[in-house]
Design a protein around this ligand. Structure first.
Ligand code: TA6
Length: 298
């Protein structure tokens, strides 16, 4: 039986839990049910936490896994079916779930794993401008891998269409040396070139600002980090799209919560339901967006 230590911590204005075992350590904020950091014993950090992170109510932390829901990115760049769900004036980037407090439902050991479950009660009719009734839960399972399952269940009596993403920030030794495998040959949308569609040639390496939406993605993507001699693996279900992002030099300079050189030590692979992979939930229907994050030293 594994033994886990669970402590509460305050980071700035945010209530957090630090969970540790003989295998890993995890930091989670109540705001957004957001994982802020994850490190496995004997390895460099796996999920990245900006060293200029801001811990303030109402602002998503530049770290870990922000939950983008009930839309991803700029609402106006979403399919009309997703846009039509929102009746508010101002649509914040990445939806309405990542900057408000979630409710901790429970923390329990199950064999060698620890299960932490959160719910966002506001998603059942109390999100400003988004009047739908959806039960939204996040289950985090810490075992050999770190598994996240974001579950949306339509409790209303009309269909609801959402886009969403688990916006994971990964720590790398040097983004110039890292590469992403699993995207070879995939179609992707180049958001930096007027959202034109292109095809990936070979593995993805980073030579500049990168902000791409990959389509028809496989179950597994991985980040190869030669300097740290590590392969990070992402195994997903309930998703056929993924966003890969690195702000590079100029964009990083414009982010108050990222060091000017912070872009060199991170990259995002966001397990998503976007573009033609958005999710329409009939009344009573449920959808699970899941990613398991693991690593192996190469
Ligand atoms: O990761 C894709 C993206 O939409 C980028 O365009 C960038 O805006 C990033 O998300 C971070 O967004 P945020 O609102 O957290 O600064």
């Amino acid at each position: 039986m594994a033994t886990f230590k669970v402590e509460t911590e305050q980071h700035g204005e945010l209530n957090c839990w630090r969970i540790s075992s003989d295998r890993a350590e995890l930091l989670i904020a109540q705001q957004g049910a957001q994982i802020l950091s994850y490190q496995r014993v004997g390895e460099p950090p796996l999920l990245w936490l900006s060293d200029q992170a801001i811990f303030r109510k109402g602002k998503s932390v530049r770290a870990g896994v922000p939950v983008c829901w009930p839309w991803f990115g700029n609402l106006q760049r979403n399919p009309g079916t997703v846009q039509a769900m929102f009746h508010g004036a101002e649509a914040p980037a990445h939806g309405l779930a990542r900057d408000r407090d979630w409710q901790l439902l429970g923390i329990e050991e199950a064999g060698t794993s620890l299960r932490i479950e959160f719910e966002l009660p506001d998603a059942q009719g109390d999100l400003p401008g988004w009047p739908h009734d959806v039960e939204l839960k996040l289950l985090i399972v810490l075992d050999d891998a770190l598994e996240l399952t974001l579950t949306s269940r339509n409790m209303g009596n009309a269909p609801v269409t959402i886009s969403q993403a688990l916006h994971s920030y990964f720590a790398v030794s040097d983004v110039h040396q890292a590469r992403v495998e699993g995207v070879e040959g995939l179609d992707y949308i180049e958001t930096l070139a007027d959202w034109e569609q292109r095809q990936q040639q070979g593995a993805l390496t980073f030579t500049g600002e990168t902000d791409r939406i990959y389509l028809d993605t496989p179950k597994q993507l991985s980040i190869v980090d030669p300097h740290w001699q590590r392969r990070i693996t992402l195994t997903s279900s309930g998703s056929r799209s993924a966003v890969i992002w690195n702000p590079w030099i100029d964009k990083a300079k414009g982010l108050a919560d990222m060091a000017d050189d912070g872009w060199q030590r991170m990259l995002c692979i966001e397990t998503a339901n976007v573009r033609d992979d958005v999710v329409t939930l009939a009344p009573g229907q449920r959808h699970d967006l899941r990613v398991a994050i693991g690593s192996e030293m190469t």
